[in-house]
Design a protein around this ligand. Structure first.
Ligand code: FRU
Length: 628
C-alpha cells in the first residue's frame, strides 16, 4: 500500500515536471534557453544565458540529427549528432560563442517527444575525467568521442603533432575533424582543441603535414602546411590545403581550395601524403585512388601535376587503397644502399578480415615507384587485426616513426567502450633488412617507451616440459593492466611453445610459437568480452561506406587468432606490450609485429607457460610495470 502511494506521488511529480518542461518549450527560460519547435522535426534552441557549452545527450543507436550554430555566416555547418530519443548514453559538448547575447542553434529531424529536449543543458564545464575501464594508460586515445586514422603527423620545434580523424559529437564515426594532440616524447600526450573542423565543403578526411622550410608556398619559412581530403556527397573527394602560423594549433584553409581533383571523376580519391623530394627539389604528393596510388609533383604546394600511378593488381586483390605513405631507408643500416617502402593501407584485405597495412619495397626515380617484387607478393607491416591507416611523422630526420590506428573497420564502431572509441597503437620505429634477395621493414617500439618502466621483475631461466604447465601467478601486486614482457626462449624446432596471459576470471590471451608450422600465434578467443557485436543494430543511414552497418554479425571476426611467420631459428626474442585493451607483440627484432585488441573483464595478472610435443626453455624473462 505504502509503495503504491509513493508510486502515485512519483507519477504525479513526473507529470508536473513534464508539464513544466513543456511550458519552457514554448516560452520559459528557466534553463537559460527556450525551445521553439517549428513543425515536427525542426527546433530552434534560443540561448540567452551565457555558457560555454550546450551539453547534448547522445543515444548511440538513434538516427543522426543535424545540429547547427546559426550565425548567418555561409560557413555555418551542420553537425550530425545522434540525439537521445529514449535514453541518454552520454553527453557531448557543443561549444557556444563567447559573449553572445543570444545564440541560436537549429536542430533538424529530432521529433517533439524525443528525450533530448528534456536532457540538454547549459554548462561551463565538460567532465573529461576517465570513465572507461578499457582506456589505455600509455597509448594515445582521445579524451572523448570517436577517433580513427592518425594523420597529418609532423615534428616541429621539439613537438610531435598528432592529428587524427575525430568526431567530437559522438563515439561513432561522423563529422570528421582533425583532432590534435602534441607530445615531446611520443608517449606523454597533451590534448588540444581540434585543429580543423568539418566545414560546408565536407568532412576533413585524412592527410599529411610538412614543414615548409624554404617557404615554397609563401606563408613563411618553417610554417606547417597540411593537406587533407574534403569529402562530401556534393563535391566528392577533393584535396585541400591549410597552413598554420602558430605551430600547428590553428589553421587557415587555403582560399582557392581544392588544390587537386581527380582527372577521371574517381569516387575514392583521398588521403594526400606530401613529402619533399630533395634530388629534384620538388614536392611529391601520393593520393590513394581506388585500387592504385597516384603520384603528383609541385614546386609551391598549390599547383600539382600528375606523374604516374602504381598499384593496380599489386598485393591483396581486390582491395581499396587508403592512406599512403612512402619512406626511404638504408637496407641493413647501409646508407649507400637505400630503398623506398610504399605503405598501402587496404580495406578490406587483411589476412584475418577487414583492414590492414601492407607495403611494397622498391625504387623511386622522382616520377614513379618501381616495385622490387612481383604483384602477387604481399608484405605485411603487422600480423594482427587491429593495425590500420599507418602513416609516418614527417620532418624527423633519419628516424622513421610510424603510428597505426589500433582498430579494424569491421568492428571499430561497436567495441565495448563509450566515452571514447579507439586508441592509436604504439609509435613504431621502422628500419629495413634483407633476407636473401628480398627487403623487408622491421617494426620496433620506439625507445622512448623504456622511460615509463616503473617496476621490474626478473625471473631466472627455466624449462617448460611437455604437458606440464608452469604457472607464474601475480605478475604485479597491484596491476592496472599496463605492462611489458621481454622474453627470450629457446625452442627445439618441433611442437608448440606457448604461454597464456590470464586473469582470475579465467580469461586469457594464448600466445604460442608453432615451430613445425613456422607460426607465431596470438589467440584472443577466450580473452574476455568477445561477443559485443551480437546485439548490435545497424543504423538506418551511414555517411561513410556503411561502416557501422557492416559491423553487424561480426562476432566471429573478433573471436579469433592471428598469426605471423616464425623463422626456423632456435632462439626467439619477444617484446610484448599490454595496455588495458591491447596486446602488441614484436618478435625477433621487429621482423614480425602483431597488434590485437582484447577486452578482459579484469586485467591479466598471471602467466601460464606450457609446451606440447616437446619442451622449451625460457632463457630470460623480464616484466615491467608501465605507467606515465
Ligand atoms: C581510412 C579512411 C581514410 C579516410 C578516413 C575517413 O581509415 O577511410 O581513407 O580519409 O578513413 O575517416
Amino acid at each position: 500500500m505504502k509503495t503504491k502511494v509513493l508510486n502515485i506521488s512519483k507519477n504525479f511529480l513526473m507529470a508536473c515536471a513534464a508539464s513544466l518542461s513543456l511550458a519552457s518549450c514554448q516560452s520559459g527560460s528557466n534553463q537559460g534557453f527556450t525551445l521553439e519547435q517549428q513543425g515536427d522535426t525542426l527546433t530552434l534552441v534560443r540561448i540567452t544565458q551565457p555558457a560555454k557549452y550546450l551539453l547534448l545527450p547522445v543515444e548511440e543507436r538513434s538516427a543522426e540529427n543535424q545540429v547547427c550554430l546559426i550565425t548567418g555566416n555561409p560557413a555555418d555547418t551542420e553537425m550530425d549528432v545522434r540525439l537521445a530519443k529514449e535514453k541518454t548514453d552520454y553527453f557531448v559538448p557543443f561549444e557556444l560563442p563567447a559573449g553572445a547575447k543570444e545564440t541560436v542553434i537549429r536542430i533538424r529531424k529530432a521529433p517533439k517527444d524525443a528525450l533530448c529536449w528534456k536532457e540538454m543543458k547549459l554548462s561551463d564545464t565538460f567532465d573529461t575525467g576517465n570513465r572507461d575501464q578499457f582506456r589505455p594508460l600509455y597509448h594515445h586515445s582521445p579524451l572523448y568521442g570517436w577517433m580513427n586514422d592518425a594523420n597529418g603527423l609532423v615534428y616541429k620545434d621539439g613537438e610531435y603533432h598528432l592529428y587524427f580523424q575525430y568526431n567530437p559529437y559522438g563515439s561513432v564515426w561522423g563529422n570528421m575533424h582533425w583532432g590534435h594532440s602534441v607530445s615531446r616524447d611520443l608517449v606523454h600526450w597533451e590534448h588540444l582543441p581540434a585543429a580543423l573542423a568539418r566545414d560546408t565543403m565536407g568532412h576533413i578526411f585524412s592527410g599529411s603535414s610538412v614543414v615548409d622550410v624554404d617557404n615554397t608556398a609563401g606563408y613563411g619559412a618553417g610554417e606547417i602546411v597540411s593537406f587533407y581530403t574534403s569529402a562530401s556527397d556534393k563535391n566528392g573527394q577533393i584535396q585541400c590545403m591549410a597552413h598554420s602560423s602558430d605551430n600547428g594549433r590553428t589553421f587557415t584553409k587555403y582560399e582557392k581550395n581544392p588544390i587537386l581533383t581527380p582527372f577521371d571523376g574517381l569516387k575514392d580519391f583521398r588521403d594526400p601524403k606530401v613529402f619533399w623530394y630533395a634530388p629534384e627539389k620538388k614536392w611529391v604528393m601520393i593520393v590513394s585512388a581506388d585500387k592504385e596510388m597516384r603520384f603528383y609533383s609541385s614546386q609551391d604546394l598549390k599547383d600539382w601535376t600528375y606523374m604516374s600511378a602504381f598499384g593496380e593488381g599489386y598485393g591483396v586483390q581486390p582491395s581499396q587503397f587508403e592512406c599512403p605513405d612512402m619512406v626511404e631507408l638504408p637496407v641493413n643500416g647501409d646508407v649507400n644502399n637505400k630503398k623506398w617502402a610504399l605503405i598501402v593501407n587496404i580495406n578490406p584485405g587483411c589476412l584475418f578480415g577487414g583492414s590492414a597495412t601492407q607495403y611494397f619495397v622498391g625504387d623511386f626515380n622522382g616520377k614513379e615507384f618501381i616495385c622490387d617484387t612481383k604483384p602477387e607478393e604481399v608484405k605485411w607491416m603487422d600480423w594482427g587485426k587491429d593495425h590500420y591507416a599507418t602513416v609516418c611523422f614527417s620532418n624527423t630526420g633519419d628516424r622513421v616513426i610510424a603510428m597505426p590506428w589500433m582498430s579494424n573497420w569491421q568492428y571499430a564502431n561497436i567495441v565495448p567502450t563509450q566515452q571514447f572509441r579507439s586508441a592509436n597503437a604504439l609509435p613504431r620505429e621502422l628500419s629495413m633488412y634483407s633476407e636473401g634477395k628480398n627487403v623487408y621493414l622491421a617494426v620496433n617500439p620506439i625507445k622512448e617507451l623504456d622511460a615509463i618502466r616503473k617496476e621490474t621483475k626478473e625471473i631466472d631461466n627455466f624449462a617448460v616440459q611437455a604437458d606440464k604447465e608452469v604457472e607464474m601467478n601475480t605478475l604485479f601486486d597491484s596491476n592496472d593492466g599496463a605492462f611489458e614482457i621481454d622474453m627470450k626462449v629457446s625452442v627445439d624446432g618441433s611442437g608448440v611453445a606457448g604461454f597464456k596471459l590470464m586473469n582470475s576470471k579465467g580469461e586469457y590471451v594464448d600466445i604460442y610459437l608453432e615451430q613445425t608450422a613456422g607460426k607465431l600465434v596470438m589467440d584472443r578467443v577466450h580473452s574476455g568480452i568477445v561477443d559485443f557485436g551480437k546485439n548490435s543494430i545497424p543504423h538506418e543511414k551511414e555517411a561513410h561506406d556503411n561502416r557501422i552497418a557492416n559491423s553487424i554479425n561480426y562476432v566471429d571476426d573478433f573471436a579469433l587468432a592471428t598469426w605471423g611467420p616464425l623463422s626456423a631459428d632456435k632462439e626467439h626474442a619477444l617484446r610484448i606490450y599490454v595496455d588495458k585493451c591491447s596486446v602488441e607483440i614484436f618478435l625477433d627484432g621487429g621482423k614480425v609485429a602483431m597488434t590485437n585488441l582484447v577486452f578482459p573483464n579484469e586485467p591479466y595478472n598471471s602467466l601460464h607457460f606450457y609446451s606440447k610435443d616437446g619442451s622449451y626453455q625460457v632463457d630470460s624473462l623480464k616484466l615491467y610495470k608501465l605507467a606515465l
